[in-house]
Design a protein around this ligand. Structure first.
Ligand code: HDE
Length: 716
């Protein structure tokens, strides 16, 4: 006889208390779904052993295939249905497993279990993505990068679905379909792939001044990170954190890359589309395989509720940042990505992130973009993953146990026992039961915000400033970064066919950011620009702060050469001692020296030793590596100097502002290629030790920035 549920303790508290995840929890949870065919017979999906996997069943050796062939039909049937719809945005991505560990200051801000214990590692799965291009598009396109993290916490999944830029193009989710239609390849011919340089994008954004700040970010070098380990990440919206006392505070979420922020150069990024379209995903994969894990610090900007209106912008407006100089980013934890997925489709493709996946201690605000997102993700995933049971797909399952009365639908895996699939019930003792809110292990309780308002379809006047933070971003860039932004607008608009769209951007949008920016882009397009900002005063805004050094990529340069990949150019007759010394010394600095030769055939070094190259000149061209050393040896350098690919290697490295070193005769290759030998960032010397220290220092600055104004004259 079942008990009356109303007389029983109201939670599976004992179970919750015992239940604790650790760094391995998610991997262990996935392991039971992993399949390893080693040592196993080939069988059909029904378990029948297959004798011949090469020939379909036919009526005679040269006759028609027979319908009866269930082995053939099952195989083709499954294959024919292998594809699922790709994501409507963020289709191209790469992901990794890892863990998050809070610092001991984290618990004061939020009661979420994930922040409580500095000794506890919570498993995470992180997917990085581009936004515009299809699943098979290029990695290094000019675009925003998605930075989505699933925390498998003791209290359920928390998804922080962020980007590598801290603001967004629009303020209200109702404009999202318009924005995405405008930026995606154009509907009549599906061109261009992975790019914003086309009419519909610039038409839309020039008619939507609120997009100006974010467009400026995407015209900066932030739009093509060198490596996922070198990107910042942002939650974008203002969220809420709730502490154990129930006190809520506003919070902006940040990921700060411990390896520093570094980007590619636009020309390099474009060339990579052909040379290595998988550049970012390959580098992340290879680094993780070789134990060079990706590390990010998690930080929060905290604003007390009573300070909500103390800023000259609205905290709910997703086109605004809180400048770090006004509210510092407090580091409260660290994330390490240390394991590659076992299967791309099962994990990276089927993972479903949703900003609505939160746990007690984390809550939303009324940011109208965030509010729309809370609807959109589950909705799109129903179609993409074939119905409402995609939470059962192994990568999406929480590690925390869950029970409820949701039942049935497509592909249901769970075999729910019992007769009662409703609540309250007295048949199954009332289980599963609600849990009241509590400082820990409680049920989710929404922040008790008072709303007293009319229903209204309008934009708050406090969202009206469209330009002042764009100006702030522009003012905060280094000279080289500003030049790259001017070149980016010039390039993008050159691809816009309709003159009135180009002119609208140049005359009506750019001057509101900065008159000189507009003048320079205008000059390149033969368009005259105004001498005063044309927008009304309320759209220009009134930012008190004119500069924010944290907004420049220069603020977080790596300063060391850990994880860097250095091309060591060699041919027959190379000085093997120099080569060995370079490899050892670069390794001691945490970098990798990669031996690059004219072909893959072993090299005969000066003393007769054989050196096996890692790659060929056009197999790993200059754009795929961080810097170049021409190793000495008269014959070796002569061979390279007579090779178009050898010359091109150092010309490109020069053009892309890379540090270049030449040991001994190595300088002859630079001279033959027309690369200046007496300039910053070019290091010549008789021995490895003559060049190494300044070369390493220059690489730590990521690029030789002082070369920026000269690099364009290099024809490569
Ligand atoms: Fe997304 N976004 N988004 N987005 N978003 C999707 O969800 C959407 C926005 C972001 O690696 C979709 O499962 C709306 C901001 C990332 O799987 C979709 C709005 C930010 C990813 C969707 C936004 C993001 C997505 C497509 C405006 C940064 C990839 C497939 C209201 C804070 C996650 C999917 C992954 C994916 C909707 C704006 C980040 C359609 C309606 C702002 C990183 O649901």
């Amino acid at each position: 006889m079942a008990n009356n549920p109303h007389t029983r303790p109201n939670s599976d508290e004992a179970h919750d208390k015992e239940f604790k995840t650790n760094e391995r929890s998610k991997s262990e949870n996935l392991e039971k779904y992993c399949s390893d065919a080693e040592g196993h017979d080939l069988r059909t999906n029904q378990g029948t052993r297959i004798a011949d996997n090469h020939n379909s069943l036919k009526a005679g050796e040269r006759g028609p295939t027979l319908m009866e062939d269930f082995i053939f039909r099952e195989k083709l049937n499954h294959f024919d249905n292998e594809r699922i719809p790709e994501r409507i945005v963020h289709a191209r991505g790469a992901a990794a497993h890892g863990y998050f560990q809070p610092y001991d200051n984290a618990a004061q801000y939020s009661k979420a279990g994930v922040f409580q214990d500095p000794n506890k590692k919570t498993p995470v799965f992180v997917r990085f993505s581009t936004v515009q291009g299809a699943r098979g598009s290029n990695d290094t396109v000019r675009d925003v990068r998605g930075f989505a993290t699933k925390f498998y916490t003791d209290e359920g999944n928390w998804d922080l679905v962020g980007n590598d830029m801290p603001v967004f193009f629009i303020q209200d989710a109702i404009k999202f379909p318009d924005f995405v239609h405008a930026v995606k390849p154009e509907p009549h011919n599906e061109v261009p792939q992975g790019q914003s340089a086309h009419d519909t994008f610039w038409d839309f954004v020039s008619l939507m001044p609120e997009s100006t700040h974010m467009v400026l970010w995407t015209m900066s070098d932030r739009a093509f990170p060198r490596h996922y380990r070198n990107m910042e990440g942002f939650g974008v919206h203002t969220f809420r954190l709730v502490d154990k006392q129930g006190k809520a505070r506003f919070a902006k979420f940040h990921w700060k890359p411990l390896a520093g922020t570094c980007s590619l150069i636009w020309d390099e990024a474009q060339k990579l589309w052909g040379r290595d379209p998988d550049f970012n995903r390959r580098n992340m994969w290879d680094d993780i395989e070789s134990g060079d894990f990706l590390e990010f610090e998690f930080g929060v900007q905290i604003v007390e509720e009573e300070d909500e209106h103390k800023f000259d912008f609205d905290l709910l407006d997703p086109t605004k940042i809180i400048p770090e100089e006004q509210v510092p980013v407090v580091p409260i934890g660290k994330m390490v990505l240390n394991r590659n997925p076992d299967n791309y489709f099962a994990e990276t493709e089927q993972v479903a992130f949703n900003p609505a996946n939160v746990v007690p201690g984390i809550d939303f605000t009324n940011d109208p973009l965030l509010q729309g997102r809370l609807f959109s993700y589950l909705d799109t995933q129903m179609l993409r993953l074939g119905g409402p049971n995609f939470h059962e797909i192994p990568i999406n399952q929480p590690v925390a146990p869950f029970h409820n009365n949701q039942r049935d639908s497509m592909h249901r895996q769970t075999i729910n026992k019992g007769q009662a699939s409703y609540e309250p019930n007295s048949i199954d003792d009332g289980w599963p039961r609600e849990t009241p809110p509590a400082p820990q292990n409680g049920g989710f309780e929404t922040v008790n915000e008072r709303i007293d308002a009319n229903k209204i379809r309008a934009r708050s006047p406090s969202f009206g400033d469209h330009y002042s933070q764009a100006t702030l971003f522009w003012n905060s860039q280094s000279e080289a970064e500003k030049e790259h932004i001017i070149a980016a607008y010039t390039f993008e608009l050159s691809k816009v066919e309709r003159p009135w769209i180009r002119e609208r951007v140049i005359k009506e949008i750019l001057p509101n950011i900065d008159l000189e920016l507009a003048r320079r882009v205008g000059e390149n397009h033969g368009v005259e620009t105004p001498t005063e900002k044309p927008a009304p005063a309320d759209e220009l805004g009134k930012s008190a702060q004119q500069e924010s050094p944290a907004l420049s990529l220069m603020a977080r340069l790596p300063h060391d050469i850990k994880y860097r990949k250095v091309a060591l150019l060699v041919a027959d007759g190379v000085d093997a001692d120099q080569l060995q010394s370079l490899q050892a010394k670069l390794q001691a600095e945490g970098a990798k020296g990669i031996v690059i030769a004219p072909s893959m055939a072993p090299i005969k070094a000066l003393g007769g030793q054989s050196v096996v190259p890692d790659a060929m000149l056009n197999g790993l061209p200059s754009v795929t590596l961080d810097s170049v050393v021409v190793v000495g040896g008269a014959e070796s350098v002569k061979t390279l100097s007579q090779s178009g690919l050898g010359l091109y290697y150092v010309q490109e490295a020069y053009k892309h502002l890379k540090a270049i070193a030449a040991v001994g005769e190595g300088k002859d290759l630079l001279s033959a290629a027309g690369v200046p030998t007496q300039e910053d960032g070019i290091f010549l010397g008789a021995a490895v030790d003559d060049v190494l220290t300044p070369f390493v220092e220059a690489m730590g600055q990521h690029r030789v920035w002082s070369r920026d104004s000269k690099a364009n004259s290099m024809p490569a």
